[in-house]
Design a protein around this ligand. Structure first.
Ligand SMILES: *Cc1c(COP(=O)(O)O)cnc(C)c1O
Length: 355
């Protein structure tokens, strides 16, 4: 008998690379290519470091109140955490304690099965159809909970909230989590339904549309009772998850609605341009309502393109996984970055098909 027998062994989540060298065009982890709102920088410059002696506000009231005003819901309907990964991990621990398996798509955010494993939650994946669409019937079976991103990752495909509403309504005994990490890029939020369904939770993040992946801020919105249970678990685990700068700077990000709309609008326009260019180069993809495009080339394997791009300092994401190993997930960067990507691909594909 070795101590190792008592170790909780898990296969950890693998995030996209954060290359150290400069000059890389980084289109591999769905970060925002623009800086955070100007008020965020101001708040950082004015932040009084002397305050760091003290513990932060464990309720992150300032940030919660800003979100409450922004979304016009009660502060009691909001839970904030260290990125939505923290919020989602807490939610798995809090709501998925039944014997029945939780359900999520077979092609989805690859953290879900990792959390299920680490928390010993039984799970079952539901296959997307061949066009990466969710099949509603898959979620109308007995289950211990449901989690689905909308738009989905890494496919970028958005489903209409009406379909999710049917799933939520048909599962009153399970908590249904809709992970809306990419909703600001053209998706439709389930938020208006949180008062109607007490088993619905919507999760969003500052990492993509608010350009603050490095700050780590995420939040959940649901009815007060559900949020209350989430808080009970959080306060039984680590009361001070949100640090002072995250609370201050996050608050500023929420307040600047104009800047938020401006950068999201720019990313959407660049995405639509990129879609057109990729199509002309022979790529095929389902329509994306996120800040990335999940594309396959009709003749050149994705693995080869991934390596060629990387050798040329352009990083995108590729998974050696069943069903998706011939796809590249390309984050939308600035116009200039996307022009460089397209120019490289044009040249590469031309040379490759010439010989
Ligand atoms: C990026 C992402 C998250 C997590 O983002 P955080 O940086 O932890 O807020 C959660 N879900 C999906 C689907 C994502 O793509």
């Amino acid at each position: 008998m070795s101590w190792e027998e008592n170790v909780r062994k898990v296969e950890p989540y693998v995030a996209g690379e954060q290359p150290r060298q400069t000059g890389v065009i980084k289109l591999n982890t769905n970060e925002c290519p623009y800086p955070p709102a100007p008020g965020v920088r101001r708040a950082a410059q004015q932040f009084d470091f002397e305050r760091l002696r003290l513990y932060p506000d464990m309720n992150a009231e300032k940030l919660v109140n800003a979100l409450s005003e922004h979304y016009r819901i009660k502060p009691e309907q909001i839970f904030v955490g260290v990125g939505s990964d923290d919020v989602l991990a807490m939610a798995f621990m809090t709501f998925f304690n039944g014997e029945k398996p939780i359900l999520f798509p077979d092609i989805t955010y690859s953290f879900y099965d990792v959390w299920a494993e680490v928390f010993r939650i039984p799970y079952q994946t539901c296959a997307l159809d061949e066009r990466f669409r969710i099949k509603k019937e898959d979620y109308l079976i007995p289950n211990g909970g449901i989690i689905i991103p909308n738009p989905n990752a890494p496919t970028g495909v958005m489903e209409e909230p009406g379909m999710f509403e049917e799933i939520v309504a048909a599962n009153p005994d399970s908590v249904v989590i809709i992970d809306e990490a990419y909703v600001d890029f053209g998706g439709k939020s389930m938020l208006p339904l949180i008062d109607k369904y007490d088993n619905l939770m919507v999760v969003q993040t500052f990492s993509k549309s608010r350009a603050m992946a490095g700050m780590r801020v995420g939040y959940a919105m649901a009815n007060e009772k559900l949020i209350g249970y989430l808080k009970d678990v959080k306060f039984s685990f680590n009361s001070y998850t949100m640090n002072m700068p995250a609370i201050e700077l996050g608050t500023e990000a929420v307040k600047d609605e104009a800047y938020f709309r401006e950068i999201v609008g720019k990313i959407i326009r660049t995405r639509e341009w990129t879609k057109q260019q990729l199509s002309e180069l022979g790529f095929v993809f389902e329509d994306s309502k996120s800040n990335f495009i999940f594309a396959s080339h009709k003749s050149v394997p994705a693995g080869e393109l991934f390596e060629a791009l990387k050798a040329n300092q352009i990083y995108v994401r590729h998974w050696n996984k069943p069903r998706i190993d011939n796809y590249l997930r390309i984050t939308i960067g600035t116009d200039e970055q996307m022009e460089k990507l397209i120019a490289f691909l044009k040249n590469y594909l031309k040379e490759r098909t010439d010989d």
